[in-house]
Design a protein around this ligand. Structure first.
Ligand code: B16
Ligand code: MG
Length: 219
């Protein structure tokens, strides 16, 4: 029986990919590195340090860890500043409606995001009250595709993986959900999240009615 839902943040509840892109772009420009939207696409759901490693690899940059951490901190400062502009208008279409339905029907809801800034994003959106638990980049050591973040969220909800459906927009996020034994809903194109149990093009299409219809024997 499904008793809970675990939501990724960026790409599912809101679209902070643009703010991440602009913050990385600013760092890359300052360093004279190549960075474009195609590379940014590879950072979907990937932790901050792993993202920087991908960008550095593209530019054949190899430096010591303290330097990498300093660059990551600079990017983060820029990103956090940009988050001040996020408002209640920035839910992805359909996300707030789904969260509202889930609360009304008494399901438990957790966040499962790689971001260390997840709580600030929820606050800016006014979404904090929708979540019974928050699992974020500060909660676990191993990031997606390891299942740890979702296992942490399920535990906080006092549910087993098989009682939860995970919503994810990243390939590594669906991998993480499957590795943890969760049911999964992919948001986005077939080539990215086609390996989820069920896939929708957008959150707008992923209504509670549609999700229940797909997993009907579990409700
Ligand atoms: P931070 P998600 C991810 O969020 C983003 O998709 C990814 O681009 C970002 O690098 C990562 O969070 C870490 O974010 O630098 O704020 O800790 O999709 O897992 O909600
Ligand atoms: Mg995501």
């Amino acid at each position: 029986m499904i008793k809970g839902f675990i939501f990724d943040l960026d790409g599912v509840i809101t679209d902070t990919a643009e703010q991440h892109y602009l913050a990385w772009k600013r760092l890359a420009d300052a360093m004279g590195w190549h960075f474009d939207r195609e590379i940014n696409e590879q950072l979907r759901g990937v932790s901050r340090m792993a993202s920087l490693e991908i960008i550095a690899d593209h530019n054949n940059v190899q430096v010591d860890d303290p330097t990498m951490m300093q660059w990551a901190a600079e990017k983060n400062e820029q990103y956090v500043r940009a988050l001040d502009e996020v408002t209640a208008d920035d839910f992805l279409p359909g996300a707030k409606e789904l969260l509202t339905h889930l609360k009304r029907e008494g399901f438990k809801v957790a966040l499962g995001s790689s971001s260390k800034n997840a709580k600030k994003v929820l606050q800016q959106l006014g979404a904090t009250p929708f979540f019974d638990a928050v699992a974020d980049g500060n909660s676990v050591k191993n990031s997606k595709p390891a299942p740890d973040i979702f296992l942490y969220g399920a535990k906080a909800l006092e549910l087993k993986p098989k009682e939860c459906i995970v919503f994810e927009d990243a390939e590594s996020g669906i991998d993480a959900a499957k590795a943890g034994g969760f049911y999964s809903v992919g948001i986005g194109p077939e080539e990215r999240v086609g390996h989820a149990d069920v896939r929708f093009d957008s959150m707008k299409a992923a209504t509670l009615f549609e999700v229940k219809s797909y997993f009907k024997e579990l409700f």
